[in-house]
Design a protein around this ligand. Structure first.
Ligand code: NAP
Length: 483
């Protein structure tokens, strides 16, 4: 059931931050999986770059250990060793002048060059500048930029301007790994590949939409970064916004990068400012064996939110009158990401009041168990009259794909292959990121101006009580957070 693997053209990929957490957990194991799947050509080169002095053998050993720890895949004997032969390393300080010539000597002419900026955002400008000045990048080269892309509109604009001095927009790949998830792309396939849903996909038939991204973990070792960011900047401005766009956008004329991104941009620009009473912020309290948020971030007066819920309205013809409820948080009951499209009640029940209230819900699960469920109302089997019951039509992708599920690339793998292919559809364009910040900034500024203090909430639950009230007031309720 998994589609054929089409090898990409040969490439030289430089990973700045090749020794870092993201490279070790995602990028390098992902490249190995694509290599084993036959998508990475045997002559491709992967070059790690970071400040640490390290021999190529030491770096290869680190890559081997990372692959074994974070995502080995069934492979032929010798495949890991042959992959490691493709791997090289150069010590380069992004802010200095040494090491660039040696790095350049790895790069071949007439081969796609991609540079992955897997380093802190403060280094993006320095690397972009040196890639150009020192002649490593040409007009065909691609750069891959990790999140966070800015901290607010001003910093995002400044970052876009810096990158634009050295690279054309068509060369810049801003990663939001949510867009690389199989189910997220399926969202577009479901919406625009079926006649069934699109006629109903509007405020006439959809009561409301819920987008939930829940985590069970706390801030972990990222406390100091997270406390300056919070759920709004870390999750809503990027991941939830992207999901909202894909759910709400108009059908693009074709599946091409700018056509898709133009439609997403229109959604962001149609978002209303969010009223203060349509937002709830929370901070997880201590619970179980774990301390609360403020201890985790070592800031006993922190006003940063580890949870946010909000009601968002889109002012356009399709969606006026249909609220979108967004919610994300840490230390919640389960790790789950779900989009639920809740359809309106049938206009008239021929079964009488006793039949109760039944609604069709299309729920799209991003994790775990990627898949979709459509709740449909049927007659409860057996005697006893006409009683109705909602049953799920379940399409769990793992079931549908069977033993081939292993072959489905994870988000990072897919996105890196898209970079090599030169396909920007699943990457954020500069104006999109800026529009998202332009909507986010006033929300955060409002919290700061009002001195808003997040509500404490118990770990392992659904978040603060006020978040439940946000929907109760509208006569609705959140779907249960469950794995
Ligand atoms: P990390 O573990 O701190 O790694 C940073 C890497 O950058 C290391 O390889 C470090 O190696 C290198 N580095 C630091 N300063 C450098 C310099 N001046 N010149 C060259 N290399 C330098 O960070 P990370 O978690 O991998 O994150 C990397 C980026 O991805 C960040 O922008 C982060 O926000 C983003 N991101 C990470 C994750 C994740 O799961 N980790 C998820 C989403 C986004 P040396 O110290 O040897 O130079």
């Amino acid at each position: 059931m998994v589609s054929r693997v089409i090898p990409v053209d040969s490439f030289d990929l430089v990973i700045f931050g090749g020794t870092g957490d993201l490279a070790r957990r995602k990028i390098l194991p992902g490249l190995f999986r694509r290599y084993c799947a036959g998508q990475v050509p045997p002559e491709a080169k992967i070059i790690g770059a970071a400040r640490s002095e390290m021999s190529v053998e030491e770096f290869r050993e680190m890559v081997r250990a990372s692959i074994e720890e974070f995502g080995s895949t069934p492979h032929e004997p010798g495949q890991l060793s042959s992959f490691l032969e493709r791997v090289h390393y150069e010590a380069v300080d992004a802010t200095g002048d040494d090491g660039w010539e040696a790095l350049k000597s790895h790069l071949r002419d007439d081969t796609i060059r991609a540079f992955y900026f897997s380093v802190g955002p403060s280094l993006f400008g320095a690397i972009a500048e040196r890639l150009r000045d020192k002649g490593l990048a040409d007009a065909e080269s691609r750069i891959v930029v990790e999140k966070p892309f800015g901290h607010d509109l001003a910093s995002a604009k400044s970052l876009n301007a810096t990158l634009a001095q050295h690279f054309d927009e068509t060369q810049i790949y801003r990663i939001d790994h949510y867009l690389g998830k199989e189910t997220v792309q399926n969202l577009m396939a479901v919406r625009f590949g079926n006649m069934l849903f699109e006629p109903l996909w509007n405020s006439q038939y959809v009561d409301h939409i819920q987008i939930t991204v829940a985590e069970t973990v706390g801030v972990g070792g990222r406390g100091s970064y997270y406390d300056k960011s919070g759920a709004m900047r870390d999750m809503v401005q990027n991941h939830l916004m992207q999901l909202l766009c894909l759910i709400a956008m108009e059908p693009p004329a074709k599946f091409d990068p700018d056509a898709v991104r133009d439609e997403k941009l229109k959604v962001i620009r149609a978002l209303d400012p969010v009223e203060p009473h349509h937002m709830v912020r929370g901070q997880y309290a201590a619970g179980g064996d774990e301390e609360g948020y403020r201890v985790h971030v070592e800031n006993e007066k922190s006003r940063t939110e580890s949870f946010v819920a909000m009601r968002v309205n889109i002012s356009n013809w399709r969606w006026a009158g249909t609220p979108f409820y967004l919610r994300t948080g840490k230390r919640l009951r389960a790790r789950t990401s779900e989009i639920a499209v809740v359809f309106k009640d049938a206009p008239h029940s021929i079964f009488g009041a006793d039949a109760g209230r039944h609604r069709n819900v299309l729920s799209i699960r991003l994790q775990p168990n990627e898949g979709m469920t459509l709740d449909v109302t049927i007659k409860e089997p057996g005697p006893g009259g006409m009683r109705l019951v909602d049953v799920p039509l379940d399409m769990t992708f793992a079931d549908a794909l069977g033993p081939d599920t292993e072959a489905v690339p994870d988000a990072y793998e897919r996105l890196i292959m898209d970079v090599i292919r030169g396909n920007q559809t699943l990457f954020m364009r500069g104006d999109e990121v800026e529009a998202a910040w332009a909507w986010t900034d006033p929300i955060i500024e409002g919290w700061e101006a009002r001195g808003d203090v997040p509500k404490p909430y118990d770990p392992g639950g659904p978040g603060p009580e006020d978040s439940l009230m946000l929907l109760h007031r509208d006569g609705r309720r959140w779907r249960e957070i469950k794995a």
